[in-house]
Design a protein around this ligand. Structure first.
Ligand code: FAD
Length: 386
């Protein structure tokens, strides 16, 4: 049985961080939108759950991200205003490590090139201002005053509710099984219906290579854990005293953390990679997942107990160069594919929704998106053969 009408301007597949924002911005622009999500609202099987996400502006991943992250922040504040939900909270952010590490040196380069407010702090200065952090002798920090925290479940709910308010139809529990596209239209099949549209937006997160099999994108899904550790000192870890942080101690020892919003300090790490698939991902918690993080908390944070009280698993979808995939399908121009992950995409999903809306309606986006071109892997493959 068909739910809703069968023909739309834009069909969005996957309503996680990126898809819910896309549905919202497309609907605000007056498009007749259908959003299809295989699970229910705010499920915990993809990449956009876990109560909090870091946003930051001195982006060590490259200056190309700065205009996007600035617009993303504006949009998050607007969403907070229009939805009346808690969406964004500034806390400031510290990028910690030796001066030459990619996180510290890259954040500094981006801040200088983009003329972003920032401070480079010595170990002593960090210890005076932020006694929660115990740096090693050679470590320094870059302070990004415009960094902070997003509340992902609220963001998804606000985008989805806003999309429906602007006329979008959203179907939860309706997985897309097949799609096709020609120069006239796109056709999307689910177990209960067949829909036609003018454009198709695929924001399928860890399922992207399944839904977009013909592109052979070299994306790798990786299982991650985050843990919550209780504060032991009255307000040392509160959001008005503790900034979000990224701590770089070499390629396999990156840690990040978020202050205590009432459920403990959240800490995650990139201690070693665990390849996975969304279906077979091992979501069982094991002591060896937690041990390096507990050791980090014990050695590097003050006022925080190294025994976690909660944990969650989540999936990264990594591109080989750690940049996003965002653009048109090279052969099916009505199809837009987005994988805004590689472990750092959530903060951008508001602006990505807006960019998708411009792309789908054939309007200029105002950004240089070449870094995110879905065809770049093909070009690299061809170049490596020549
Ligand atoms: C532990 C962890 C910590 C992170 N920390 C940060 C951070 O601090 N800051 C930051 O900016 N980013 C962070 N990220 C990255 C960020 O969360 C992701 O980049 C972002 O959530 C990706 O959103 P998405 O929409 O691409 O994927 P998802 O949110 O996973 O959405 C994809 C959706 O598509 C649906 N779907 C898939 N296939 C189908 C189908 N066939 N039919 C219908 N629906 C389908 C899925 O069910 C899912 O709901 C973190 C990620 C993890 C895992």
């Amino acid at each position: 049985m068909t739910r809703g009408r069968a023909s739309y301007d834009a069909i969005v597949v996957g309503l996680g961080g990126a898809g819910s924002a896309a549905a919202y911005h497309l609907a605000l622009a007056g498009e007749r939108v259908l959003g299809l999500e295989q699970f229910g609202p705010n499920h915990a099987w993809g990449s956009s759950h876990g109560r909090t996400r870091i946003y930051r502006t001195a982006y060590f991943e490259g200056p190309a991200y700065v205009p996007l992250v600035r617009r993303a922040q504006e949009l998050w504040h607007q969403l907070e205003e229009t939805s009346g939900r808690r969406i964004i909270q500034p806390t400031g952010g510290l990028m910690i490590g030796r001066p030459g590490t990619p996180t510290v040196a890259g954040a500094r380069r981006t801040a200088e090139m983009g003329r972003l407010a920032h401070e480079v702090l010595s170990r002593d200065e960090v210890q005076q201002r932020f006694p929660q952090f115990r740096l090693q002798p050679e470590e320094v920090a870059l302070f990004d005053p415009a960094a902070g925290v997003l509340f992902p479940e609220n963001c998804l709910e606000a985008h989805a509710a806003g999309a429906v308010g602007a006329g979008a139809e959203i179907h939860y529990g309706e997985p897309v099984k097949r799609w096709s596209a020609n120069s006239e239209a796109v056709v999307v099949e689910t177990p209960s219906a067949t829909y036609r549209g003018r454009s198709l937006v695929i924001t399928a997160g860890p399922w992207t290579t399944r839904v977009m099999a013909d592109l052979h994108l070299p994306l790798q899904v990786e299982r991650q854990f985050v843990l919550w550790f209780p504060s032991t000192a009255s307000d040392l870890a509160s959001p008005d005293r503790m900034p979000v942080f990224l701590w770089d101690r070499g390629p396999s020892e990156h840690t990040y953390g978020i202050p205590d919003f009432g459920d403990g300090v959240k800490v995650g790490s990139w201690f070693g990679k665990r390849a996975a698939s969304p279906e077979s991902a091992d979501r069982i918690f094991r002591e060896q997942d937690a041990d390096p993080v507990r050791r980090f908390v014990a050695s590097s944070l003050s006022g925080v107990s190294p025994r976690e009280t909660a944990y969650a698993s989540c999936l990264y979808t990594n591109a080989p160069d750690q940049h996003f995939v965002l653009g048109r399908h090279p052969r099916r121009r009505r199809v837009i594919v987005v994988s805004a992950c590689s472990g750092h995409g959530f903060k951008f999903t508001s602006v990505i929704g807006e960019v998708i809306s411009h792309l789908a309606r054939g309007e200029p986006t105002g950004y240089d998106l070449s870094l995110f071109d879905p065809n770049r892997f093909d070009r690299n493959r061809r170049a490596s053969k020549s």
